[in-house]
Structure formats: C-alpha cells, structure tokens
Design a protein around this ligand. Sequence first.
Ligand code: SME
Length: 162
Amino acid sequence: MTFSKTKAYELSFKQLQNLLKTEDNWITKMSTINCVLKTNFPYYFWVGFYLVSEPQKLIVGPYQGTLGCLHIDFGKGVCGASAKTRETQLVEDVHAFPGHIACDSASNSEIVVPVFDPQKNLIAVFDVDSTEKASFNETDKIWLEKILVHFFERSEIRNLNF
Ligand code: SME
C-alpha cells in the first residue's frame, strides 16, 4: 500500500488528541508530538523544537534524531528565518538555502513552522528534516500548522517551574 501523508497526519492528530487531552505542559506536549510524528512518518529524519530562550535567540529543545545545533540566532538558517518572519519555511533543497546551518550533512530538505502561545508570542519553532530532497509540501505545511495551533496557540500551556 502506498503511503498517504493525509492519512498519516489524520491518524497522528487523533493519537495526539487522545494522548494530550489533559496535558498542559510545553515539554510534555513537544516530546509527545515529536515521538508520534517520527513514528508515523518514514521520511522524518530529525524532528524537534527550538525554543525562544531570550530575545532573538533559539536554543534546542525536545527532539528526536541525530545531534542538533544547540544555539541558533533569529535570522540564521531555516529555523532562524522562520523565527524572524514568524512564517513557515518550506525548503526543497537546504543546500540552496542562504545561510543554511548544516547540523547533519544527511539533511536535504526541511520544513520549519513557528509555534505561538495564545497571546501570539513566538515560543518556539518546530523543525523537521529529511534525508531526501523535496520531502515536504503543502500537505505537511497545512497539517503541521494545524497541529501546532491546536496544541499551543489554542490551548492552555504552562512552562515547567523548577
Ligand atoms: N537545518 C536547520 C538547523 C537545525 S537542524 O538541522 C537540527 C536550519 O538551517 O535551521
């Protein structure tokens, strides 16, 4: 049977709704989203969140995959571009993207989606990398935006209090 992105996103969204029904913690939500999506999508090579740590700066948060860069400035690479513009970046060939940060040379295409809290503050960007070129398209964009809006922008969230 051929792989259907739409079916895999529908299934992932249902699984996440069940799993996260009573969860309001950022880190718990982010870790669970990474795991469910990486399990359901064969082309997800690296998946994770970069958190807004201080103005104009990102630090690596929960992720699954090979070692990610620890710090990224707004405006640098694909994640930095998404943080700066507050818009999704869909990149068919990362090597052609100006200023692309190669954390792992195996990555060839990428999507980065901004993550907002209910006040529309940018709290993170969500990054998915694939080893194939042009793995991501409008279907990934629509569904990932829907998932991230649902679990962060339209729901109660709180940060960890250590
Ligand atoms: N490729 C990203 C950097 C993060 S990692 O690949 C995990 C970028 O250019 O934003």
